[in-house]
Design a protein around this ligand. Structure first.
Ligand code: FDM
Ligand code: MG
Length: 234
Protein backbone atom coordinates (compact mmCIF):
# COMPACT_ATOMS: atom_id res chain seq x y z
CA UNK A 1 0.00 0.00 0.00
CA UNK A 2 1.18 3.48 -0.97
CA UNK A 3 1.12 6.02 1.88
CA UNK A 4 -1.99 8.14 1.44
CA UNK A 5 -1.82 11.95 1.29
CA UNK A 6 -3.99 13.63 3.96
CA UNK A 7 -7.68 13.66 3.11
CA UNK A 8 -8.60 17.14 2.03
CA UNK A 9 -11.14 19.13 4.01
CA UNK A 10 -14.59 20.15 2.81
CA UNK A 11 -15.33 23.71 1.78
CA UNK A 12 -18.73 24.74 3.13
CA UNK A 13 -20.26 28.11 2.31
CA UNK A 14 -23.26 29.72 4.01
CA UNK A 15 -25.37 32.22 2.13
CA UNK A 16 -28.55 34.17 2.69
CA UNK A 17 -29.95 37.66 3.11
CA UNK A 18 -29.07 39.85 6.10
CA UNK A 19 -30.26 38.55 9.51
CA UNK A 20 -31.22 35.14 8.14
CA UNK A 21 -29.27 33.40 10.92
CA UNK A 22 -26.09 32.53 9.01
CA UNK A 23 -23.72 33.74 11.68
CA UNK A 24 -25.44 31.70 14.40
CA UNK A 25 -25.50 28.60 12.19
CA UNK A 26 -21.91 28.89 10.95
CA UNK A 27 -20.71 29.15 14.55
CA UNK A 28 -22.79 26.13 15.61
CA UNK A 29 -21.51 24.05 12.71
CA UNK A 30 -17.90 25.02 13.35
CA UNK A 31 -18.35 23.96 16.98
CA UNK A 32 -19.85 20.59 16.08
CA UNK A 33 -17.81 19.58 13.04
CA UNK A 34 -14.41 18.11 13.95
CA UNK A 35 -11.30 19.68 12.47
CA UNK A 36 -13.08 22.74 11.15
CA UNK A 37 -12.37 26.42 10.96
CA UNK A 38 -14.72 29.38 10.50
CA UNK A 39 -14.02 32.38 8.25
CA UNK A 40 -16.26 35.16 7.03
CA UNK A 41 -16.51 37.47 4.04
CA UNK A 42 -16.09 40.32 3.92
CA UNK A 43 -12.97 39.74 6.03
CA UNK A 44 -12.96 43.15 7.72
CA UNK A 45 -9.46 42.67 9.19
CA UNK A 46 -7.54 43.28 5.94
CA UNK A 47 -6.89 46.58 4.12
CA UNK A 48 -9.66 45.99 1.59
CA UNK A 49 -11.83 44.82 4.49
CA UNK A 50 -11.39 48.14 6.30
CA UNK A 51 -12.63 50.06 3.24
CA UNK A 52 -15.55 47.66 2.85
CA UNK A 53 -16.45 47.92 6.53
CA UNK A 54 -16.50 51.69 6.37
CA UNK A 55 -18.62 51.55 3.20
CA UNK A 56 -21.14 49.24 4.88
CA UNK A 57 -21.43 51.33 8.01
CA UNK A 58 -22.79 54.30 6.05
CA UNK A 59 -26.43 54.40 5.05
CA UNK A 60 -26.71 54.38 1.25
CA UNK A 61 -28.49 57.74 1.12
CA UNK A 62 -25.76 59.77 2.82
CA UNK A 63 -22.46 58.13 1.97
CA UNK A 64 -20.98 61.41 0.75
CA UNK A 65 -21.83 63.44 3.83
CA UNK A 66 -20.62 61.30 6.71
CA UNK A 67 -19.42 63.39 9.67
CA UNK A 68 -16.35 61.15 10.08
CA UNK A 69 -15.19 62.19 6.61
CA UNK A 70 -15.75 65.89 7.26
CA UNK A 71 -12.14 67.05 6.89
CA UNK A 72 -11.40 65.62 3.45
CA UNK A 73 -14.61 64.13 2.15
CA UNK A 74 -13.88 61.46 -0.43
CA UNK A 75 -16.41 60.78 -3.16
CA UNK A 76 -18.64 57.77 -2.56
CA UNK A 77 -17.36 54.52 -4.04
CA UNK A 78 -19.10 53.62 -7.29
CA UNK A 79 -21.03 50.32 -7.22
CA UNK A 80 -18.52 48.79 -9.62
CA UNK A 81 -15.55 49.72 -7.41
CA UNK A 82 -17.00 48.35 -4.16
CA UNK A 83 -17.98 45.19 -6.02
CA UNK A 84 -14.38 44.63 -7.10
CA UNK A 85 -13.15 45.30 -3.57
CA UNK A 86 -15.45 42.59 -2.18
CA UNK A 87 -14.03 40.22 -4.79
CA UNK A 88 -10.44 41.28 -4.06
CA UNK A 89 -11.15 40.63 -0.39
CA UNK A 90 -11.91 37.00 -1.28
CA UNK A 91 -8.89 36.64 -3.57
CA UNK A 92 -6.69 37.84 -0.71
CA UNK A 93 -7.75 34.73 1.23
CA UNK A 94 -7.96 32.22 -1.61
CA UNK A 95 -4.47 30.77 -1.23
CA UNK A 96 -4.78 30.36 2.53
CA UNK A 97 -8.20 28.71 2.15
CA UNK A 98 -6.90 26.17 -0.36
CA UNK A 99 -3.85 25.48 1.83
CA UNK A 100 -6.12 24.75 4.81
CA UNK A 101 -8.38 22.52 2.71
CA UNK A 102 -5.45 20.59 1.25
CA UNK A 103 -4.07 20.08 4.76
CA UNK A 104 -7.34 18.44 5.75
CA UNK A 105 -9.17 21.24 7.56
CA UNK A 106 -12.87 21.70 6.88
CA UNK A 107 -13.38 25.37 6.06
CA UNK A 108 -16.74 26.97 6.82
CA UNK A 109 -17.35 30.47 5.49
CA UNK A 110 -20.06 32.96 6.35
CA UNK A 111 -20.82 34.47 2.87
CA UNK A 112 -18.81 34.04 -0.32
CA UNK A 113 -18.96 34.95 -4.00
CA UNK A 114 -22.70 34.26 -4.21
CA UNK A 115 -23.27 37.20 -1.84
CA UNK A 116 -20.86 39.20 -3.95
CA UNK A 117 -22.86 38.62 -7.13
CA UNK A 118 -26.34 38.76 -5.55
CA UNK A 119 -25.90 42.03 -3.64
CA UNK A 120 -24.41 43.93 -6.55
CA UNK A 121 -26.85 42.48 -9.10
CA UNK A 122 -29.66 43.63 -6.81
CA UNK A 123 -28.46 47.19 -7.37
CA UNK A 124 -28.48 46.70 -11.11
CA UNK A 125 -32.13 46.25 -11.79
CA UNK A 126 -33.68 43.51 -9.69
CA UNK A 127 -32.34 40.01 -9.57
CA UNK A 128 -29.89 40.56 -12.39
CA UNK A 129 -32.01 38.54 -14.80
CA UNK A 130 -32.88 39.10 -18.41
CA UNK A 131 -29.50 38.01 -19.70
CA UNK A 132 -27.94 41.38 -18.94
CA UNK A 133 -24.21 41.05 -19.55
CA UNK A 134 -23.01 44.60 -18.93
CA UNK A 135 -23.70 47.18 -16.25
CA UNK A 136 -24.39 45.44 -12.98
CA UNK A 137 -25.95 42.37 -14.61
CA UNK A 138 -25.42 39.00 -12.99
CA UNK A 139 -22.77 37.82 -15.46
CA UNK A 140 -20.77 41.01 -14.98
CA UNK A 141 -21.08 40.55 -11.22
CA UNK A 142 -19.85 36.94 -11.32
CA UNK A 143 -16.83 37.63 -13.53
CA UNK A 144 -14.25 38.83 -10.95
CA UNK A 145 -14.83 35.76 -8.74
CA UNK A 146 -14.35 33.26 -11.58
CA UNK A 147 -11.68 30.73 -10.65
CA UNK A 148 -11.96 31.02 -6.88
CA UNK A 149 -12.00 27.78 -4.85
CA UNK A 150 -15.31 26.03 -5.52
CA UNK A 151 -17.40 25.10 -2.49
CA UNK A 152 -18.44 21.50 -1.91
CA UNK A 153 -21.66 22.71 -0.31
CA UNK A 154 -23.61 25.96 -0.23
CA UNK A 155 -26.06 26.15 2.66
CA UNK A 156 -28.68 28.75 1.82
CA UNK A 157 -30.49 29.86 4.97
CA UNK A 158 -33.89 30.83 3.67
CA UNK A 159 -35.83 33.55 5.50
CA UNK A 160 -38.31 35.99 3.97
CA UNK A 161 -37.03 39.60 4.00
CA UNK A 162 -39.98 40.72 6.13
CA UNK A 163 -39.16 38.08 8.75
CA UNK A 164 -35.46 39.00 8.77
CA UNK A 165 -36.37 42.68 9.13
CA UNK A 166 -38.15 41.97 12.41
CA UNK A 167 -34.97 40.50 13.95
CA UNK A 168 -32.76 42.42 16.38
CA UNK A 169 -30.35 45.01 15.04
CA UNK A 170 -31.93 45.21 11.58
CA UNK A 171 -31.26 48.35 9.57
CA UNK A 172 -27.88 49.15 11.10
CA UNK A 173 -25.93 48.55 7.89
CA UNK A 174 -26.22 49.85 4.38
CA UNK A 175 -28.14 47.08 2.64
CA UNK A 176 -30.66 46.31 5.38
CA UNK A 177 -33.87 47.51 3.73
CA UNK A 178 -36.71 45.11 2.86
CA UNK A 179 -37.16 46.20 -0.78
CA UNK A 180 -33.45 45.76 -1.46
CA UNK A 181 -33.30 42.41 0.33
CA UNK A 182 -36.16 41.16 -1.87
CA UNK A 183 -33.97 41.85 -4.90
CA UNK A 184 -31.00 40.16 -3.25
CA UNK A 185 -33.13 37.06 -2.59
CA UNK A 186 -34.23 37.02 -6.26
CA UNK A 187 -30.60 37.25 -7.40
CA UNK A 188 -29.58 34.43 -5.02
CA UNK A 189 -32.32 32.28 -6.59
CA UNK A 190 -30.69 32.74 -10.00
CA UNK A 191 -27.32 31.64 -8.64
CA UNK A 192 -28.58 28.33 -7.24
CA UNK A 193 -26.65 25.33 -8.54
CA UNK A 194 -26.26 21.62 -7.81
CA UNK A 195 -24.14 22.29 -4.73
CA UNK A 196 -26.92 24.18 -2.94
CA UNK A 197 -29.02 22.98 -0.05
CA UNK A 198 -31.81 25.33 1.06
CA UNK A 199 -32.72 25.20 4.74
CA UNK A 200 -35.74 26.85 6.32
CA UNK A 201 -34.27 29.55 8.55
CA UNK A 202 -37.58 30.16 10.32
CA UNK A 203 -37.39 26.77 12.11
CA UNK A 204 -35.99 26.66 15.68
CA UNK A 205 -32.22 27.18 15.84
CA UNK A 206 -31.47 23.63 17.07
CA UNK A 207 -33.58 22.06 14.35
CA UNK A 208 -31.86 24.11 11.63
CA UNK A 209 -28.52 23.14 13.17
CA UNK A 210 -29.30 19.40 13.08
CA UNK A 211 -30.41 19.61 9.45
CA UNK A 212 -27.25 21.42 8.43
CA UNK A 213 -24.94 19.20 10.46
CA UNK A 214 -26.32 16.07 8.81
CA UNK A 215 -25.74 17.42 5.28
CA UNK A 216 -22.33 18.80 6.23
CA UNK A 217 -21.14 15.44 7.59
CA UNK A 218 -22.14 13.72 4.35
CA UNK A 219 -20.27 16.34 2.34
CA UNK A 220 -17.18 16.02 4.54
CA UNK A 221 -17.18 12.24 4.01
CA UNK A 222 -17.40 12.65 0.22
CA UNK A 223 -15.02 15.59 -0.14
CA UNK A 224 -12.06 13.42 0.83
CA UNK A 225 -12.58 11.39 -2.35
CA UNK A 226 -12.83 14.28 -4.79
CA UNK A 227 -10.10 16.74 -5.82
CA UNK A 228 -10.36 20.31 -4.63
CA UNK A 229 -11.66 22.50 -7.45
CA UNK A 230 -10.56 26.06 -8.13
CA UNK A 231 -12.98 26.75 -10.94
CA UNK A 232 -15.90 28.66 -9.49
CA UNK A 233 -18.15 29.84 -12.35
CA UNK A 234 -15.59 28.79 -15.00
N1 FDM B 1 -21.85 41.75 0.85
C1 FDM B 1 -21.10 40.72 1.29
C2 FDM B 1 -21.72 42.24 -0.44
O1 FDM B 1 -22.41 43.16 -0.83
N2 FDM B 1 -20.81 41.66 -1.28
C3 FDM B 1 -20.02 40.62 -0.88
O2 FDM B 1 -19.19 40.12 -1.65
C4 FDM B 1 -20.16 40.14 0.46
C5 FDM B 1 -19.31 39.00 0.95
O3 FDM B 1 -22.04 42.97 2.84
F1 FDM B 1 -25.09 43.13 3.52
C6 FDM B 1 -22.79 42.41 1.79
C7 FDM B 1 -23.78 41.52 2.44
C8 FDM B 1 -24.08 42.23 3.73
C9 FDM B 1 -22.82 43.00 4.03
O4 FDM B 1 -22.05 41.18 5.41
C10 FDM B 1 -22.00 42.53 5.20
P1 FDM B 1 -22.56 40.57 6.84
O5 FDM B 1 -22.31 39.09 6.67
O6 FDM B 1 -24.04 40.87 6.90
O7 FDM B 1 -21.78 41.22 7.92
MG1 MG C 1 -25.40 42.03 7.69
Amino acid sequence: QQPQPPRRGAFIVFEGIDRCGKSTQTALLAASLPNSLLRRFPDRTTKTGAIISSYLSHPSSSSASSPSAAATPSPPLPDEAIHLLFSANRWESAASLTALLRAGTNVIVDRYAYSGAAYTAAKGGGGGGGGVAGGLGLEWCKAPDRGLPTPDLVVYVDVAPAVAAARAGYGEERYERIEFQEKVAAAFAELRDERWVVVDGTRPVEEVQRTIEKVAREVVAKAGMEPLREDLWC
